[in-house]
Design a protein around this ligand. Structure first.
Ligand code: AP5
Length: 208
């Protein structure tokens, strides 16, 4: 199965991706996580990406597209989280997959209001070791015992810019996938497990 997860910052893409990827037995590929892993390792890619991420801007397509093409070269199925992020990236993805004759099966949109997003992102903590996401401040990661931190791009002014970037540059991909007949939209508010169950139901219906 080849899925794309679409939605604004804080919609719960990373949270849902873990459950959906496990349910469908496919790898979770998050461009944000790849950039953050590179930053942690101090690679040139990570250092380049940081200057954009810290301002809430998109990393240039030339960098991101090459990275995704490379990552998808060996992937049969996948759950893409955070890519594509504009129509140009969606077109590049379509071309990469057309070459492999492995098109997308569905694009799942997580729908949520900005007020809820701001509340979630200002409270979010992430494990420095394993990357697990938490909705609030707790002492340490319950999966690996790692230290939790607040992402640099979860500061109020950067969150505001990320929301603008989503509205201006990313949201047009919703129409792109609707036009392709691939879009499924589900509400992303409420219990995490209920949202996962709703997503699995909607995806199973679409693919049957
Ligand atoms: P990225 O890491 O992709 O960030 P994002 O899209 O802004 O999304 P987030 O990770 O902030 O949120 P999420 O939807 O995953 O929500 P989460 O599950 O964490 O990108 C970061 C940056 O990298 C970009 O700004 C850009 O610079 C660069 N980048 C990445 N991809 C790129 C691309 N393709 N092109 C160019 N640049 C790119 O949940 C949020 C919080 O809510 C958590 O605390 C969670 O515990 C909580 N939560 C989740 N679900 C619920 C629920 N149901 N109820 C209550 N709380 C919940």
């Amino acid at each position: 199965m080849r899925l794309i997860l679409v939605g604004p910052p804080g919609a719960g893409k990373g949270t849902q991706a873990v459950h959906l990827a496990s349910h469908f037995g496919i790898p979770h590929i998050s461009t944000g996580d790849i950039f953050r892993a590179n930053l942690k390792e101090g690679t040139p890619l990570g250092i380049q990406a940081k200057s954009y991420m810290d301002k809430g801007e998109l990393v240039p397509d030339s960098v991101t597209n090459a990275m995704v093409k490379d990552r998808l070269a060996s992937a049969e199925g996948f759950l893409l989280d955070g890519f594509p992020r504009n129509v140009a990236q969606a077109e590049v993805l379509r071309a990469i997959l057309a070459e492999k004759k492995t098109p997308i099966d569905a694009a799942l949109e997580l729908s949520i209001e900005n007020a809820e997003i701001i509340k979630r992102l200002s409270g979010r903590r992430t494990c420095r070791s394993c990357g697990k996401i938490f909705p609030g401040q707790i002492d340490k990661c319950d999966a690996c015992g790692g230290e939790l931190y607040q992402r640099d791009d979860d500061k109020e002014d950067v969150i505001a810019r990320r929301l603008e970037v989503y509205a201006e540059q990313t949201s047009p991909i919703i129409s792109f996938y609707r036009h392709e007949g691939l879009l499924i939209t589900i509400p992303a508010v409420g219990d995490v497990a209920d949202i996962t169950a709703g997503a699995i139901r909607a995806l199973s219906q679409k693919l049957s």
